[in-house]
Design a protein. Structure first.
Ligand code: X8Z
Ligand code: ZN
Length: 439
């Protein structure tokens, strides 16, 4: 635990260096869009969804409310589980360094499922296999092969130790010319996390390729909204870890006995846990940063107030204003005021996945195999092709007959909810029954 704390603290040192830059960027970003008539940068980013700041905050807060009962169970489960692991009394709030991610944005590594560990297999296959196999997955659905220039001009693997340059190790995908030049920046190492990330980035790449067609003017070559852009690749990543998919591809033994409830728990720790972080801590912070212009001497106080309120996470030592823990998240610096894209995409991807499982594959959403299904490919291409030339809400209604809703996600995790309530019976809950937005 001591070592974890040291590593956690080291990972936050960079915030000090970035703090004044973030304030400078905030001011520049606000001034730029104010010159165009927007109130501030936050409202400018929300306008891409055809929403005002208030509408957007209502939507992100709505997602937190929807997921809250499940999150509260997961939070309680994690506190007791981790206290056992670290042989400590059960804390009211999760010490940040106990979690398997330095922002507590997803906790799936807390669960080890017997018979399910892809790391040794992936390690044997190597990093290049991961990217190639990801492309093959998309091709199996009917997507085209990636352009030659993707392979020539992307930077996909870690920087060699003796290189005379650095790169951001956080993965991204780029549409260089709004046409055929698509590239990705990754640092793929052969493990399960990068398997998901490679599929995520190729989701962006195939979206770029799909809407780069003569029917879509250059200026509308982007996602129906930014959450759509994040959703497809993450959905492919989720589908790629389901048992029938893995068994079909020979990545898991045909007769492997896997505990389905633990798999579901693992998925909830990935996708549901992300919502109070993405819609809560990150979005509320950036709302205050851009729309409320909070003063730099309050950044860290606000950051930790939000982490406690929405994620139920606390630092184990006071974090004064000499730190800027928000700035340790790359998106605060270089992907500003749009992190809610990810939480919205998690909600959206369960809507798309439910449609694919039930209406196309006729399979249980918990146990699908997308591989090789051209109908899924056709469906995805139909959704992707028009880019931003459609209204995202109408487009959703047209493609799956639904409005934006967390229902499919909640339905997916329903069996888990019952399991958690049973395990947590008699335990102390420290998060309120409803999230509290008054701060
Ligand atoms: O930043 C990303 C992608 C790049 S678009 C790798 N994600 C968020 C994060 O890492 O914080 C994917 C999930 C959430
Ligand atoms: Zn992305």
């Amino acid at each position: 635990e001591k070592e974890r704390l040291e590593i956690w603290k080291a990972s936050k040192e960079v915030g000090k260096v970035l703090k004044s830059g973030v304030t400078n960027l905030r001011d520049l970003r606000n001034k730029c869009v104010q010159a165009l008539g927007y109130a501030d940068y936050f409202s400018y980013q929300a306008s891409e969804y055809n929403m005002s700041t208030d509408e957007l905050m209502t939507a992100t807060r709505g997602m937190i409310k929807d997921i809250w009962p499940l999150y509260r169970e997961l939070h309680t489960w994690a506190r007791y589980e981790l206290a056992k692991k670290y042989k400590k009394p059960v804390p009211d709030y999760l010490p940040a360094h106990w979690l398997p991610n330095r922002w507590g944005q997803q906790w799936s590594e807390l669960v080890k499922v017997e018979g399910f560990n892809l790391d040794p297999y992936l390690e044997k296959q190597g990093a290049e296999w991961i990217v190639k196999k990801s492309e093959e997955f998309y091709k199996s659905l009917g997507f085209s092969e990636l352009p030659k220039t993707f392979w020539e001009k992307s930077s996909l693997y870690p920087v060699p130790p003796n290189a005379n340059y650095k790169k951001n190790t956080h993965a991204s995908a780029w549409h260089i010319d709004n046409d055929k030049d698509v590239r990705s920046l990754m640092s793929v190492i052969p493990n399960t996390e990068w398997w998901g990330t490679a599929l995520h980035e190729l989701g962006h790449i195939y979206y770029y390729i799909s809407y780069s067609n003569p029917d879509v003017p250059i200026i509308l070559r982007s996602g129906a909204n930014r959450a759509y852009h994040e959703a497809f690749g993450t959905m492919m990543g989720m589908a790629s870890l389901q048992k029938p998919f893995l068994q079909g591809l020979g990545m898991m033994d045909k007769d492997a006995k896997i505990n389905d409830t633990l798999m579901l728990l693992k998925e909830a720790l990935e996708y549901a846990v992300h919502i109070p972080w993405g819609s809560g801590t990150m979005t509320e912070f950036e709302y205050n940063l851009y729309a409320k212009n909070i003063s730099p001497d309050k950044y860290n106080k606000l950051w930790w107030e939000l982490a406690k309120r929405f994620q139920g996470i606390e630092p184990s030592e006071p974090r004064g204003e000499e730190y800027c823990d928000a700035a340790t998240k790359t998106h605060i610096n270089d992907d500003p005021a749009q992190y809610y894209d990810y939480s919205m995409s998690n909600v959206l991807l369960f809507q798309f996945h439910q449609h694919i499982a039930q209406d196309i594959l006729k399979q249980d959403p918990h146990a699908t195999n997308y591989w090789g299904n051209k109908e899924i490919g056709n469906f995805l291409q139909t959704v992707m092709k028009p880019g931003a030339s459609v209204d995202w809400r109408e487009h959703l209604k047209k493609s799956i007959g639904q409005d934006f809703s967390a229902k499919p996600m909640l339905e997916y995790f329903k069996p888990l909810m019952a399991y958690l309530q049973k395990i947590n019976k008699g335990r102390k809950y420290t998060l309120p029954e409803q999230p509290d937005f008054n701060y």
